[in-house]
Design a protein around this ligand. Structure first.
Ligand SMILES: Nc1ncnc2c1ncn2[C@@H]1O[C@H](COP(=O)(O)OP(=O)(O)OP(=O)(O)O)[C@@H](O)[C@H]1O
Ligand SMILES: [Mg+2]
Length: 427
């Protein structure tokens, strides 16, 4: 199915229908007779965490390969997938794309995030609710296994008393009885707190036992790279080292252009070529920013049929401010103290930085700087830029770091009226 078809399908199912059903007919059928004014104001862009885009750019090969597994159950190396990438690079959106593809092929889908209580949520809520949606004949077969108690209407009541109910048993039983389909488990927001990792590792162990028991399960974890790396270091997660690893960075210029152009067209408007080129350049292919800049350009004159260069100009300023506030600030918080020192040393240059200058600015050994350079390159914040140089690979991170450093260096706040009433020392 083409992007456009799937987008239209989503529109015709969702709240978009009211606004776009009519407009799309106008666009596709009226040919040259386009109305001079757009008849609606709703933006087709979706800036925001975890908001699946109307047009999903890039990652086609990976999506096709994993969708093929949903179709054929021929897993190859695809029993487990790790999606890493910077904040706002599209990990959660990819999980949603995979869930939809799995559902279309009749798979069961369990989606959760790595917050505490994961195992209980999956076993006590997600699996019972999946059971209740299965065909009655399947439920009858499952009721006979003695794992779950179902009532006369074949609705889940409780678990049968077992010494210790195990997720692996649930997964194997479900997988064996749902016919030519499997179970997709997606776990978003992997984070590397100690307790979290212990819990995730326990969860992963159960999944690996289910796989050994022959269950058709695909498990996908998403998170920033340092957290996924920490997950792989856990005792029970060795099987995850063989995972398919996807690292989300930026979309190509071609895909960025397609996302902007298609979204605008599906939304029922047009865009001037020069304005489009401008939006592509501003976004730098960073998915969250693509949505932000498209959205601001759209909203500037929502009733005009065509998005103009003036709209793109207004969007430029606003989108960069918004991406720094909403996304880049979080990226910066993800950095360790030392990583921050490194990027602060880099940010003193506009453009690329010489490694030897960073060594001097940080006042540490060259070897030490190399370790941090490697780490930052690995996680996608920084890229090598010619021999002995590095540059920011995340657009606008440098500007953000400079603004943070300037804030820190500002003189301490001026006196206020409370300065005459200092808090008394404790007695
Ligand atoms: N492939 C894509 N094409 C176009 N837009 C995208 C794509 N992926 C994500 N987006 C948009 O980018 C924004 C961020 O996406 P998402 O929340 O999936 O990122 P994330 O990697 O999960 O971020 P975080 O690490 O903070 O959880 C959303 O507005 C989403 O609509
Ligand atoms: Mg996310």
């Amino acid at each position: 199915m083409s992007d456009r078809d799937s987008a239209l399908r989503r529109i015709s199912r969702g709240p978009w229908r009211r606004t776009y059903g009519r407009i799309n007919k106008v666009n596709t059928k009226s040919g040259g007779l386009m109305p001079r004014e757009a008849e609606h104001v709703t933006s087709p862009f979706s800036p925001g965490y975890g908001r699946r885009p109307l047009v999903f750019g890039g990652h086609k090969e990976e999506l096709d390969e994993l969708t093929e597994v949903f179709r054929t159950l021929d897993f190859g190396e695809n029993h487990s997938v790790l999606i890493s990438g910077l904040r706002g690079a599209g990990k959660t959106s990819m999980l949603t794309m995979l869930q939809d593809a799995a559902l279309e092929h009749g798979w069961l889908v369990i989606s959760d995030d790595a917050s505490s209580g994961l195992m209980e949520r999956v076993m006590d809520t997600a699996i019972p609710s999946l059971l209740d949606k299965l065909e009655p004949a399947t439920r009858t077969r499952l009721a006979g296994l003695g794992i779950w108690q179902l009532n006369a209407q074949l609705q889940y009541v409780d678990r049968h008393r077992q010494v210790k109910p195990l997720l692996r048993t649930d997964l194997i039983a479900l997988s064996e009885h749902i016919g030519q389909a499997g179970i997709l488990i997606t776990i978003d927001e992997v984070s590397s707190g100690k307790t979290r990792l212990r819990e995730l590792s326990r969860f992963a162990l159960e999944v690996s036992h289910a796989l050994q028991g022959g269950a058709n399960v695909m498990i996908v974890f998403a998170g920033i790279k340092v957290d996924l790396d920490a997950l792989l270091e856990q005792v029970h997660t060795t099987f995850l080292r063989r995972s398919k690893q996807l690292d989300f960075r930026r979309l190509t210029p071609k895909e960025t252009r397609r996302v902007l152009e298609e979204s605008i067209r599906i939304g029922g408007r047009e865009i001037e070529e020069e304005a489009l080129v401008r939006l592509v350049a501003v976004s730098q292919g960073y998915p969250y920013l693509v949505q932000l800049v498209g959205d601001y350009a759209w909203r500037n004159t929502p009733s005009a049929l065509r998005i103009s260069v003036a709209d793109a100009e207004v969007a430029h300023e606003k989108a960069i401010k918004a991406v720094q506030r909403r996304v880049i600030s979080r990226v910066y918080q993800d950095l360790s103290e030392k990583d921050r020192e490194f990027v602060q040393a880099m940010a003193q240059d506009h453009g690329r930085s010489k490694i030897s200058d960073i060594v001097n600015r940080m006042g540490v050994s060259a070897q030490y700087v190399q370790v941090y350079k490697r780490r930052l390159i690995d996680t996608g914040y920084v890229k090598a830029d010619g021999h002995g140089y590095v540059a920011f690979s995340l657009p606008y991170l440098g500007d953000y770091v400079r603004s943070m450093t300037a804030e820190r260096d500002e003189p301490v706040a001026s006196r206020d009226e409370w300065d005459d009433f200092p808090p008394p020392p404790s007695v």
